[in-house]
Design a binder for this molecule. Structure first.
Ligand SMILES: Nc1ncnc2c1ncn2[C@@H]1O[C@H](COP(=O)(O)OP(=O)(O)OP(=O)(O)O)[C@@H](O)[C@H]1O
Ligand SMILES: CC(C)(CO)[C@@H](O)C(=O)[O-]
Ligand code: BAL
Length: 281
């Protein structure tokens, strides 16, 4: 597997593969790779001739009091893991390479319809930072397909909308959330948890599933369902930011809807966890 840090080298390598008519799948990440990320790369392997992944902890998507400084950076381990699942190229640029003129006054991409609700309400500017860096990466890699995890449901939704609105010729593939045996969604941030918090963490998925079961049983009193979910999380020492039932397009659900997604974000100590459960009735 090639590891490339600069844009000219990346473009030269990709041009060669494209000239040979090869199909490229792309897996953007912030590194510290776990089984969830590697599943995205494996699925990319099945659908393309070349798999390109990126590791870039994007400063533009972190708020001033968030964990940009302490986000785990484990490039050597990430290289080995990607090579093992058959990735062809790892692009690991510096912030200077991605934002050579700095982040002030930068041209940005904003999917305004979905960026200020749910996680976006609590992380102002976050999704503009994500949409901007993903469009920069898409412009550099020009993949045929790009793979994203359903764990970051709102992010996946925003990227699909961005690609549609901007007519980017890229298939966006969503991949189901990889979980620990006790249900906790894999996340690089799980390693911030103390042992005691780690024991409590699966309550988030259990709570979302309980709400899903109630919807399946016919309950449609959405505010009461969410309130009970929030209380269950609080009883497990979470500090919930939100727990909401939405339609798959993140609009308010209707009583006669057949599809729902239940999403939550909550702090456990200093660690912010997110998860979601989709259901069709
Ligand atoms: N458990 C998972 N299962 C499947 N895909 C995942 C999982 N966790 C993350 N991904 C996907 O991997 C890609 C890169 O995500 P990212 O590097 O932010 O990983 P992360 O572990 O979710 O980190 P964070 O703690 O920052 O949320 C995203 O498309 C994300 O949705
Ligand atoms: C898509 C992404 C790599 C953009 O920085 C990031 O938000 C992530 O890892 O989910
Ligand atoms: N997985 C989303 C990246 C972030 O939380 O910044």
């Amino acid at each position: 597997m090639l590891t490339i840090h600069t844009i000219p080298e990346l473009r030269a390598q990709l041009a060669e593969w494209r000239r040979a008519g090869q199909r490229i799948a792309f897996v953007p990440t912030m590194g510290n790779l776990h089984r969830g990320h590697l599943e995205l790369a494996r699925r990319g392997r099945q659908m393309a001739d070349r798999v390109v992944s990126s590791v870039f902890v994007n400063p533009l998507q972190f708020g001033p009091n968030e964990d940009f400084g302490r986000y785990p950076r484990t490039l050597e381990q990430d290289k080995a893991a990607l090579a093992e699942v058959g990735a062809d190229l790892l692009f690991a640029p510096t912030a200077q390479e991605v934002y050579p003129r700095g982040m002030e006054g930068l041209a940005k991409v904003s999917v305004s319809s979905a960026s200020n609700i749910l996680c976006g309400h609590f992380r102002p500017g976050h999704f503009d930072g994500v949409a901007t860096v993903v469009s920069i990466l898409f412009n550099l890699v020009q993949p045929d397909a790009a793979l994203f995890g359903e764990k970051d449901y709102q992010q996946l939704f925003i990227i699909r909308r961005m690609v549609a609105d901007l007519h980017m010729p890229i298939d966006i593939i969503g991949i189901a959330t990889e979980r620990e045996p006790d249900g906790l969604a894999l996340s690089s941030r799980n390693q911030y948890l103390t042992e005691e918090q780690r024991q409590l963490a699966p309550e988030m998925y259990a709570t979302l599933r309980e709400v899903a079961d109630k919807l399946r049983a016919g309950r449609r009193d959405f505010p009461a369902l969410c309130y009970t979910g929030v209380k269950r999380l609080e009883a497990s020492h979470f500090r919930p930011q939100y727990l909401e039932v939405r339609a798959p397009d993140l609009s308010e659900p209707k009583r006669d809807s057949k599809e729902f997604v239940i999403l939550a974000a909550a702090y456990l100590g200093k660690t912010r966890l997110i998860d979601n459960v989709s259901l069709s009735i």
